[in-house]
Design a binder for this molecule. Structure first.
Ligand SMILES: NC(=O)c1ccc[n+]([C@@H]2O[C@H](COP(=O)([O-])OP(=O)(O)OC[C@H]3O[C@@H](n4cnc5c(N)ncnc54)[C@H](OP(=O)(O)O)[C@@H]3O)[C@@H](O)[C@H]2O)c1
Length: 410
């Protein structure tokens, strides 16, 4: 079992491996970590192509090891003394399974980190993930490992209330909606949950006429009304495929049926999600749209620490609106729910198709309504095949097949 549960609990900082340090979540994670040097120490950093940023992060955080997926740029890295470069086909797995890592923070997009998340959990590391694709495609592989670790912690501590005696202690969500639900569930019994209420801003086209969506440009779709995020998730928010993926993510994290998960449009993005209990009570988590709050909670759970994020001012929030989503305007929501019902193979096909669809929309080879059309076609073509619950290697093969299909889809 991991030595440190919470920062400082074992008398030393929580030792972190950060995957995707150059991205939107990765840079905010660096900000959170560097504000609490007594609580966290970065042991390993990995990013894709941003060599200069990785050098700066290495000088700031002094990790033992870094990796850069762009091998050409990696050769020219100028690293501080004490930081070495790791490379090779399985480099992310080698970073996350190091004996001196307590917690792996996953801030990469797509399926890049699925293999290393499984390796990390298998090695008894805590995983805090912003990445939802890992769970959408591989929830059936990831969650049994988290449950096994939780059972081991419950046995070792003889304390069923121990923070690590729950799968969420080992697989910690950072997605703001899932962090909100997690925070609402702390101290509650699983049997008392009636429904999860996932809030969604509705993105930039909440009130657009369906006919106008055909002329949406990448520039307009990238203008999210409340959140500043990476390009892929911003487009996913505009189509609401993101919320569809989050339904499937929630199903795995909280072990509830898809039919017990509702999406509620809430344009102000103040209520990050809520849980309805069997007695009729609803608990919600509120906050400013600042990902540093859920990133920090995943690092400090079950404790809280001061944060630079602004606090919600309820009096100044003139009104908070809630309404049902329009699935005619946002068919990706329905397609994702159906993929979730069809099973992990269909969800994995959805993830791969969506990555290509968003890339093609951004490069101008697919129009905005083409994104849900491509998703529906990919789920129909690949989702009902065998096996329904693919292994990691089968997910990799499926990913290549779906991508090849999606690249030429018209
Ligand atoms: N942004 C948000 O506010 C937000 C909120 C909730 C959930 N999420 C989820 O969090 C994940 C990350 O989102 P993001 O918006 O932060 O994406 P992003 O800005 O695109 O960042 C992804 C990072 O992954 C890095 N990367 C790519 N390939 C890699 C590899 N082989 N090894 C190591 N790093 C690699 C990229 O490196 P380079 O930049 O160096 O090429 C990039 O920095 C997504 O799954 C998203 O759905 C994001």
């Amino acid at each position: 079992m991991s030595g440190a549960v919470t920062p400082g609990a074992s008398g030393r900082p929580l030792r972190v491996a950060l995957l995707g340090s150059g991205g939107s979540i990765g840079r905010q994670a660096v900000d959170v970590i560097s504000r609490h040097p007594e609580a966290f120490r970065v042991v390993a950093l990995a990013t894709g192509s941003q060599a200069q940023l990785l050098e700066e992060q290495a000088r700031q955080l002094r990790p033992a090891v870094v990796s850069l997926a762009d091998e050409h740029a990696a050769k020219r890295l100028d690293l501080p003394a004490g930081t070495r470069l790791a490379a090779g086909a399985n480099v992310l797995e080698s970073l996350v399974t190091r004996p001196d890592v307590d917690l792996v923070l996953v801030a990469t997009g797509g399926l890049v980190a699925l293999r290393s998340v499984l390796a990390a959990l298998d090695a008894g590391k805590i995983v805090a993930t912003a990445n939802k694709e890992t769970l959408v495609a591989g929830g059936h592989l990831v969650m049994p490992l988290a449950r096994r670790l939780a059972a081991g912690a419950a046995g070792a501590t003889r304390d069923p209330g121990h923070p690590l005696a729950t799968p969420l202690g080992w697989l910690r969500p950072i997605d703001s909606e899932h962090s909100a639900i997690w925070q609402c569930l702390v101290g509650e019994r699983p049997g008392s949950v009636a429904r999860l209420l996932l809030t969604a801003s509705g993105g930039p086209f909440l009130h657009a006429a369906v006919a106008d969506l055909a002329t949406v440009t990448p520039e307009r779709a990238l203008r999210h009304p409340t959140w500043r995020m990476g390009a892929k998730i911003t487009i996913d928010s505009a189509t609401m495929a993101n919320k569809g993926l989050e339904i499937i993510e929630a199903r795995w994290l909280y072990d509830v049926p898809l039919s017990a998960i509702s999406v509620v449009i809430h344009p102000q993005s103040v209520v990050h999600s809520a849980v309805q209990f069997v007695d009729g009570s609803v608990k919600a988590q509120l906050g400013t749209p600042d990902m540093r709050i859920p990133i920090q909670y995943a690092l400090t759970y079950p404790e809280r620490r001061p944060s630079p994020a602004a606090t919600v001012d309820l009096v100044a929030s003139e009104r908070l609106e809630f309404f049902a989503p329009d699935e005619e305007r946002f068919p990706a929501l329905r397609i994702a729910r159906e993929a979730g019902l069809a099973g992990p193979r269909a969800s994995a096909a959805l993830i791969s198709a969506d990555e290509v669809a968003v890339g093609r929309f951004l490069n101008g080879s697919l129009d905005f309504p083409g994104i849900p059309r491509l998703l529906a076609a990919a789920v129909e073509r690949f989702g009902s095949g065998a096996p329904r619950e693919p292994s990691l290697d089968e997910i990799v093969v499926l990913d290549a097949e779906v991508r090849a299909f999606a690249e030429v889809f018209r």
